[in-house]
Design a protein around this ligand. Sequence first.
Ligand SMILES: *Cc1c(COP(=O)(O)O)cnc(C)c1O
Length: 346
Amino acid sequence: MTTSPTIDLRSDTVTRPTDAMRAAMAAAPVGDDQYGEDPTCNQLQARIAEMLGKEAALWLPSGTMANQVALRVLTRPGDEVIVSRECHAGWHETGGSAANAGVQLVEIGSGGVFTAAELEAAIKPRSLPVYAPSTLVEIENTHNRSGGIVFPQDEVVRICALARRHGLASFLDGARLWNASIASGVPEAELAAPFDLVAVSFSKGLGAPGGSALAGSKELIAAANRHRRMLGGAMRQVGILAAAATFGLDHHRERLAEDHANARLLAEALADCPGVTLELSSVQTNIVIFHLAAGALDANTLVARARERGVLVNAFSARTVRAVTHLDVSREQAERGAEILRELLG
Ligand SMILES: *Cc1c(COP(=O)(O)O)cnc(C)c1O
């Protein structure tokens, strides 16, 4: 049994709002957001539009809804969306892309990234009516299931230019765009510039209890507003949550570098454990993914044994484990977590 507090490395979503964040939420002026009268939400939306270099932005309750609304805005049922392998929209949204937008997803590339050439090869010809129209390309930056890697921006620029030439729209799932920006030193606006529509999340590294946003042209955001309502995601005194997002932007964005350093520490400690395959070059932000060889513990066994020792991690598949650093994991906890996992891995 553990005597020290749990070290929760399951996800950067497990953070609880700090006292200061709660105070900001309690003090936020609010109004009915469906009448456009929530001043705190309006202020956040304006700030996000500005930060991402777009005309307008829209608050949404979750990143999943932001992704689903984006798909509905940019496609029609039966269309094909070209995505990275193991993208969130295909793997972690419980089939929503098919159910809500009626699209089929085509995964290309490897390790969470792909090239403009791979996109070009995947676009279905428009010459015959047998093909599903490829109408959207989606990039995930950072890429969750590939270990939080940052999508190379020069390739992003080439991909979005090619998409435009072929009449495809472009969407950035930037739930962790803050991490991509801190890790690469490239401002969010530059990372977002090539895309028609961009999603960001406030409930991951920034530590808010909920909320995401979409940013794009006024026209696309007006369409997104309608789909948000249709999916039941239009809320009322949203300022309480928008205040948490604003607080996170003000106080928890720069510190993401600490999470990245802690993930690095963890990864370096695990990389040479027997039976562990861990691509150190993929550990660029706050996510550590490693694979367990046949003969070593399997993922569920490691997860269970780590839990007994007060360390929580997630099994991503039978032999793949994910650990994530965040606001509620200190340097000392990252070191202690690494030590315990090393012991368990022998
Ligand atoms: C977490 C996540 C989302 C969805 O966010 P929720 O708020 O959990 O619905 C979307 N995309 C990526 C890449 C994510 O990691």
